[in-house]
Each structure stands twice: as structure tokens, then as C-alpha cells.
Design a protein around this ligand. Structure first.
Ligand code: ADP
Ligand code: MG
Length: 236
């Protein structure tokens, strides 16, 4: 009965998502269509500014489709024993480069030894990059993004903290609703995707935020066995 219920819930969710994505993709398409029409009547100088708008809208439609496909992939993910530290260390140069372009800095605080987890590495990378990007997008120049990982009471915690604008309670409640976004170029699918990845790892996500001082996103992964620990060679 339980799995049938899950299927029914999943189907209705897919239906809701389909309605949502239809709406979200039609918006950029309408904008592109409108601008193409304008382009026919305008001078070559005007075309230049229209070009950027059209490209941005097409990119947005593309992001929505990519995020949606990741989210729609509901099958159980293949997992392997892996540590969080090597994944974080591998992603750091990428995140650092992005932060650098924004005039922001990145700090890593990784506990030297942590137990191995059962992870789908591709999904965990997606999770970390999404949370890091949200943090950077919430901050001005000089902001600091902190990526931390530690062990706490049979869980491994991944904590991503920014010194950005934070969020009021009313906004916190909507974070995991698909398509909720406050950004002109946002898809509103990043956090729903992170939640589904955390759940596929039997984990949870909690968001703590204070307006004016910043936000922490805490992802908890249960330690399912104690068959090994990973030593972090770099960060002690
Ligand atoms: P998107 O980033 O495409 O808008 P997300 O699902 O990743 O979609 O995030 C939804 C919304 O949650 C964002 O538009 C933003 O308003 C808010 N949000 C997410 N992370 C943060 C953060 N670190 N600081 C402030 N607001 C955030
Ligand atoms: Mg996002």
C-alpha cells in the first residue's frame, strides 16, 4: 500500500510540475517572440540590446528544463561509499572562481576525519553547487561563503553559510515550493532539487536565516555504517 501511495503522490506531483514547467517555459518563449516581432520594425542599433534579452530568456528556459529533468528523475540513485571531503575539495576551485568574479571569498572548514557515507557523487556535487550558488547570489561583493563539514551524533553535517541579505520567515516557508524564486533569472527549482537529493540519501535540509546577516543551509546525512573513515590530506 505504501508504495502505491508513493506512486499516486508522485504522479500527482509530476502533473503539478508539468503544469508549472509549461507556464515557466511559456514566459521566456513569449518574451522571445515579442522581441523578434519588435526586431522586424526596429533599427540595427536597437537590435543589439534586444539580442541580450532574447539570449537571456532562452538561457533561462534552458536552465528550467535542465533543473526540471534533474528533479523529475525520481528513481533511487546508485550510491557508493564516499567521503564528503574529497567532493568538497574537488568543487572548491570551481566555486572559488565564481566567487572571485563577484569579489567574494570562500572559506573551507572541513573536519579532518569523517566517516564514509553512501553517496551518489554526481547528485551530491549538484547539491553543493546549487547551495553555494544561492549563497553567492545572496551576497554583495566582499561577502564570505563558508563550506563546512563535520560529524555530529551519527550524522555528517554539510553546512553552507553566506553573509548575504537573509530571508524573512514568510520567505523561508516557501523555499522548497517548486518555481518559487525572487530572482529575475531564477528557476525556483534549485532548492526543491536539493531537498529531493537529500531525501534520496535519507538526509534532511534545514535553513536558518536572519535578515541582514545571512543564511545557513544545513544538510544532514546519516552515517549508515562505520566501515571506514576518510582522512582529509589538506585541511587539518
Ligand atoms: P533560484 O535560485 O532559481 O531562485 P532556488 O530554489 O535555489 O531557486 O531558491 C529559491 C529562492 O530562495 C531564491 O530565489 C531566494 O529568494 C531564496 N534563497 C535561496 N537561498 C538563499 C540564500 N542563501 N539567501 C537568501 N535567499 C535565498
Ligand atoms: Mg538557486
Amino acid at each position: 500500500i505504501r508504495s502505491e501511495l508513493d506512486n499516486v503522490e508522485r504522479l500527482s506531483l509530476v502533473g503539478q510540475m508539468a503544469a508549472g514547467i509549461t507556464h515557466e517555459i511559456r514566459n521566456p518563449m513569449a518574451v522571445v517572440r515579442g522581441f523578434l516581432q519588435l526586431m522586424r520594425e526596429k533599427s540595427p542599433e536597437d537590435l543589439h540590446s534586444y539580442y541580450h534579452i532574447v539570449m537571456e530568456e532562452l538561457d533561462r528556459a534552458n536552465s528550467i528544463i535542465n533543473d526540471f529533468l534533474s528533479l523529475a528523475q525520481t528513481r533511487v540513485s546508485d550510491k557508493e561509499p564516499a567521503g564528503l571531503q574529497p567532493i568538497m575539495e574537488e568543487l572548491t576551485p570551481l566555486i572559488w572562481a565564481d566567487a572571485n568574479l563577484r569579489g567574494q571569498s570562500v572559506e573551507l572548514k572541513i573536519s579532518p576525519t569523517m566517516p564514509l557515507l553512501q553517496l551518489n557523487v554526481r547528485e551530491i556535487k549538484q547539491l553543493i553547487l546549487n547551495l553555494a550558488r544561492n549563497g553567492m547570489e545572496a551576497m554583495e561583493a566582499k561577502g564570505v561563503l563558508t563550506l563546512a563539514a563535520c560529524e555530529h551524533e551519527d550524522n555528517v553535517l554539510l553546512i553552507i553559510t553566506d553573509t548575504g541579505g537573509g530571508m524573512p520567515q514568510s520567505q523561508l516557508k516557501q523555499l522548497f515550493t517548486p518555481f518559487f524564486t525572487t530572482k529575475s533569472q531564477g528557476t525556483g527549482l534549485g532548492l526543491p532539487l536539493c531537498l529531493s537529493i537529500a531525501e534520496r540519501h535519507n538526509g534532511t535540509i534545514r535553513v536558518e536565516s536572519e535578515v541582514g546577516s545571512g543564511t545557513s543551509v544545513i544538510v544532514t546525512f546519516p552515517v549508515e555504517s562505520r566501515e571506514g573513515t576518510v582522512q582529509s590530506p589538506v585541511y587539518m
